[in-house]
Design a protein around this ligand. Structure first.
Ligand code: ZN
Length: 408
């Protein structure tokens, strides 16, 4: 069979009930995982099938970064481009994400003063790329001296604060959102600007009434809603309003974690930064995990790392991208390991949990029968054993090898 092969590894970290399988193997057929188990058994069962031998390496699910700004904010921040070359830059950024072991993204389209593209423009340019991209249509409030607000519907034209809860605009964003990304910014954001340029970052933008109205519009449209939020007061408003996913949740309290658990809210931690407050510490992520709250780690890239954070290994303010996912995940992942958690549980923070946030947990994020064959050939468990993208030897997307560092 042309589209069928048996691939074996020293260890398969499945992030599923199967746990880690030493001397494991998978059958890949037509882009899906058709079978998985021990090499000895599968070799007998599938005698004669083409074998791809990675028995010196570990095989894991592809990484999922469920909170990024790679298509709208990053191109103009990283490259001296015009609207003619915007998508060329975007595609090179996506290639870099893929080469970092990321096979699925949750992208925010917020509206941006320099980009007049619609969310459909972003979707269209990325359809042929071997990366699974889910989009969140959002509004954004940036903490400049004079607060500025944009929406993905009104694109590069700024709007007033009161427009952020306009029924017509919110309804359109709910309809265009694939998943609960940071659909609204409860606090004004520093975005990817330097601290001094955004003195009003952190200000709470919404009243309780406005928030409740927005949540209702999403839920009536059959959509979940996520929010950019940080700080105890803002987090409390967000929980009271019934928001489904908290992005960042920097400085969430112990009591609020219990409410999160009770309301079955999910959390996307961004240890690199992303709000006006100190980002999620390794201890914060451990506490969430200990309380059985599904937590994902995302980069929110491109971002300058939050200054003077002891657990981040950066000593500059350069914008960091999706290649930093393993780097910022290592301190919390190692802390979880020290607390006795299994490597499958731990790797879930970069694979299965964010796949669930995207609503695609049945499609990828774990190595089990029927899933898309999105997987990595690596020198160790990404984030836990390796942080250098050079340790990601090969990336497969839907059964096809799309990145290969094993040559030459
Ligand atoms: Zn963000």
């Amino acid at each position: 069979m042309k589209n069928e092969y048996l691939i074996c590894g020293k260890k398969l970290v499945t992030v599923s009930q199967l746990g880690s399988i030493n001397d494991g193997a998978m059958v890949v057929k037509d882009g899906k995982i058709a079978d998985i188990g021990s090499w000895g058994k599968l070799r007998e069962k599938y005698a004669g099938i083409k074998v791809v031998d990675y028995s010196d390496y570990v095989i894991t699910p592809g990484l999922v970064d469920c909170h990024t700004h790679l298509l709208e904010f990053a191109p103009t921040s990283l490259h001296p481009i015009t609207k003619e070359t915007h998508f060329l830059a975007a595609k090179s950024i996506l290639l870099h994400a893929l080469s970092s072991g990321i096979t699925a993204l949750g992208e925010q389209i917020c509206g941006h003063p320099l980009c007049d593209f619609s969310i459909d423009d972003y979707r269209e340019t990325t359809t042929d790329i071997p990366l699974d991209i889910s989009f969140a249509a959002t509004s954004i409030s940036i903490g400049f001296e004079k607060l500025s607000h944009y929406t993905s519907v009104t694109k590069s034209t700024g709007v007033d604060q009161k427009d952020l809860s306009n029924f017509f605009l919110v309804k359109q964003m709910a309809q265009h959102s694939d998943y609960p990304g940071e659909n609204i910014f409860i606090n004004a954001t520093p975005a990817n600007f330097k601290v001094n340029d955004v003195p009003r970052a952190g200000e709470i933008i919404y009243t309780k009434k406005e928030l409740e109205k927005i949540v209702e519009i999403y839920h009536q449209s059959g959509k979940q809603i996520g929010a950019h939020v940080a700080g105890e007061d803002a987090i409390q408003m967000t929980l009271d309003a019934g928001i489904d996913v908290l992005h960042h949740a920097h400085k969430i309290t112990e009591e609020q974690m219990d409410i999160v658990k009770e309301q079955k809210v999910k959390i996307v931690a961004t240890p690199m930064g992303g709000t006006h407050l100190e980002p999620n510490s390794p201890e914060n992520i451990l506490r969430l995990h200990q309380k059985n709250i599904p937590v994902s780690i995302a980069t929110d890239s491109y971002l300058p790392p939050y200054p003077d954070i002891s657990w981040l290994p950066f000593n500059d303010q350069e914008l960091k991208g999706p290649d930093a996912l393993m780097i910022v995940s290592q301190p919390p992942m190692q802390l979880l390991k020290e607390h006795g958690y299994d490597e499958n549980d731990i790797l879930a923070l970069l694979t299965a949990n964010p796949a669930d946030i995207l609503g695609k947990g049945h499609q990828f994020g774990r190595l089990t029968k029927g899933m898309d064959a999105n997987f990595l050939i690596t020198g160790g468990v990404p984030g836990l054993d390796i942080t250098d993208i050079g340790g990601i030897k090969t990336v497969y997307f839907k059964g096809k090898k799309v990145i290969d560092r094993t040559k030459g």
